[in-house]
Design a protein around this ligand. Structure first.
Ligand code: PXG
Length: 290
């Protein structure tokens, strides 16, 4: 496996970053999780736009244009001869001293691209749906750490994941600071009620998979709504599912012990999942595997 590290391809064992990198010391940096399907990098432009927005807010200049960054992603897939892959793109602040002041970071940002075979959730989750719970850890307030920032500081989500795991669940719903449904630790939440598809708007990351699902739903003439969702609405939804780059679209059949709909993956959920699968075959930036 070759890793892209600051413009060079190095072996996995040699892909090393200093312990003075502020990504390591403080979680100071940005990342993206991207997928390629049969040589098509799904919505690469949207991922690059989101990465550069996070870096803009963090005042990190990677020293690469979006085009160069996109080319580096494709080159990493090519050198690893990967067509179906999970791509992790990381830009950390770079080396500094032991204080948190980024102005004292003398090193340039570290740009890392890791491509690996995609590891999927068990097939059973997609067929039978998942049971998930709401956890006590709420989402960071948007004016503290905005959910649109895909930063290297994921402790908020990790704390929620730990809570879910301690209760015997694989995924957690996090509420926002007002108590409305926010998102899961690495996935967006959708509900369907009376044929209308809804997802929370402000308090969650604008997922690229979620955007693709909303586009699909509109094409399928399904009414969509982005707004506040309460737990009561979630419990009484006809269908529920989660979306994310890794999970794609995964049905949810139970939340906090309440069955959703008839307790099985819903019909519209399944239509959207098959629509999404077709989309991943055509919607992407192409590369030629060497
Ligand atoms: N919400 C959060 C908090 C995320 O981190 C999503 C939603 C879905 O967004 P996309 O653009 O992927 O549709 C994410 C992204 C993991 C993992 O290991 C998942 C993400 C990031 C990092 C790791 O499950 N998901």
């Amino acid at each position: 496996m070759k890793i892209y590290l600051n413009g060079k391809f190095v072996n996995k064992e040699d892909a090393k970053i200093s312990v003075f990198d502020h990504g390591f010391l403080y979680g100071d940096g940005a990342f993206e999780g991207i997928r390629s399907y049969n040589g098509l990098v799904f919505r690469l432009k949207a991922h690059l736009d989101r990465l550069y927005e996070t870096m803009h807010t963090l005042l990190i200049d990677p020293g690469l244009t979006k085009k160069q960054m996109g080319d580096a992603v494709i080159a990493t897939l090519q050198i690893n001869k990967l067509k179906d892959a999970y791509i992790r793109l990381i830009v950390s602040r770079g080396d500094g001293d032991l204080g948190l002041d980024p102005r004292k970071c003398f090193g340039r940002p570290n740009v890392v691209i890791i491509t690996d075979k995609i590891s999927l959730y068990p097939a059973e989750f997609y067929q039978k749906g998942m049971a998930i719970i709401t956890v006590a850890t709420i989402k960071n307030h948007p004016n503290a750490l905005n959910p649109q920032l895909k930063s290297l500081n994921y402790l908020n989500n990790i704390l929620a994941k730990i809570e879910a795991a301690h209760c015997g669940y694989d995924e957690a719903i996090m509420l926002d600071s007002q108590g409305y449904v926010g998102e899961c630790t690495g996935d967006n939440v959708f509900i369907i009620k009376n044929g209308r598809l809804s997802t929370p708007h402000v308090a969650s990351l604008k997922g690229i998979t979620a955007e693709a699902i909303l586009d699909l739903a509109k094409k399928m003439k399904v009414e969509t709504r982005e707004g506040y969702i309460t737990r009561h609405e979630l419990y009484n939804a006809d269908e529920c599912f989660l979306t994310g780059t890794a999970a794609e679209l995964i049905p949810v059949v139970k939340v906090d012990g309440r069955s959703i709909g008839d307790g099985r993956p819903g019909a519209l959920t399944q239509r959207l999942l098959s629509g999404f699968k077709s989309l991943t075959k055509i919607d992407g930036v192409k590369y030629r595997a060497v």
